[in-house]
Design a binder for this molecule. Structure first.
Ligand code: MG
Length: 372
């Protein structure tokens, strides 16, 4: 049986907050959209009708799409987009799929197609493994999770039937999926076919991170500052009681400096000495937290997110153990990561070397970043 495919790609993908459509998100050499299209690289797929958002047309035109791909402008709503795309569908069956579900297992598609042939339609679902509650104001009630299914795509219909359902739909009909519209206007029963948890819809930035797995970058950083009189001792943005502080052009936060260098190194950027030269008056006595925030902004702009930071603080005095947890918390807050993603260790150097002689404090740091 031959079938047409409609890929719903009309949205802007703004919930991913990538600055571009999530369909263009790079899954390691291939975009989400190309990967989704590749799920339909099979003999019985006739046309792959891509219902696009006009903002993405220039980009989509650059893609090496298969010869059976057809581009169709989307409408203001999902329903309008599908209705437009259905004009191109002329096989007996049509498979409607989200453009942002690039991991559709071949078996799910095959199961859906054979169920559609048998029952007239097929809609993929997955059971809920979470316990469920229904919320009504400030009260909530347990819902039997066995009575609830999460609906996925593809949703497969007899082309003439789904066209009829769309012809009956009002101009601004708002339906989150085709099965709802089909059921509402044709009063026909939906047949559910077991889908897969791997058939995820990429919706948020976290989904993007999960979709590419562990594309991890690691960087090292090291810094040392001399201890001197009449200076506050600042480590990780926290003032530590001590009779000496670290001498520097900035506030001398040697811990944040090493962490910044680790982050910059993971991104293959130059070090903080280049980024924030100590000859520049605007960095005089500046809080290193401000500099770290600039580094984090640079990371964000380059598509990196911080996954973890580890550092060893080498100081003969003062005793840092009582302050470690509060420094970790402060750094986790600045880095926007969970507290268990910042790990600090403090050590002396057994009175050896410049640290042992209490002339200075050194920090060695490692940062792991993920690029999305
Ligand atoms: Mg420094």
């Amino acid at each position: 049986m031959k079938f047409d495919v409609i890929l719903a790609c009309g949205g802007s993908g703004s919930r991913c907050n990538l600055g571009y459509n999530k369909l263009a998100f790079n899954l390691g050499g291939i975009s989400v959209l190309e990967k989704t299209v590749s799920c339909f690289n099979r003999e019985d797929a006739d046309k792959i009708i891509i219902s696009y958002n006009h903002n993405d047309l220039d980009w989509i035109k650059t893609l090496p799409l298969p010869p059976n791909a057809v581009l169709c402008p989307g409408g203001n709503t999902r329903a309008q987009s599908i209705k437009n795309a259905l004009k191109f569908a002329d096989c007996d069956y049509v498979v409607i799929h989200d453009g942002a579900r690039p991991f559709l297992p071949a078996k799910c598609l095959s199961d859906g197609l054979s169920d559609a042939l048998k029952y007239g339609n097929s809609v993929l679902y997955v059971p809920s493994t979470d316990s469920l509650r229904s919320i009504d104001g400030d009260v909530s009630f347990t819902v039997d999770r066995n009575s609830i299914a999460r609906i996925q795509t593809p949703q497969i219909f007899i082309t003439e039937e789904i066209k009829r359902a769309y012809s009956l739909a009002e101009e601004n009909a708002e339906f989150t999926d085709d099965a709802t519209l089909y059921e509402y206007y044709l009063q026909k029963k939906i047949h559910l076919t077991k889908g897969s948890e791997s058939n995820i819809k990429i919706t948020t930035r976290e989904d993007c991170e999960r979709a590419i797995g562990a594309d991890i970058y690691i960087g090292n950083g090291w810094d040392t500052h001399r201890l001197g009189e009449n200076r506050d001792l600042i480590l990780g943005g926290i003032k530590i009681p001590h009779d000496k502080g670290l001498i520097a052009h900035s506030d001398g936060d040697v811990l944040i400096h090493a962490i910044m260098d680790a982050i910059l190194s993971a991104m293959h950027e130059r070090d903080i000495g280049t980024l924030f030269p100590d000859t520049d008056e605007k960095y005089k006595n500046i809080s290193s937290v401000k500099l770290l925030e600039e580094v984090l902004e640079l990371a964000r702009s380059k598509g990196f997110s911080i996954k973890s930071v580890s550092a060893v603080i080498m100081a003969q005095k003062p005793k840092l153990a009582p302050h470690i947890v509060s420094i970790e918390k402060n750094l986790a807050n600045i880095l926007s990561v969970d507290e268990n993603r910042v790990s600090l260790t403090a050590t002396t150097t057994e009175k050896l070397g410049m640290v042992g002689r209490e002339e200075g404090i050194s920090v060695s740091s490692v940062a792991t970043l993920q690029k999305i």
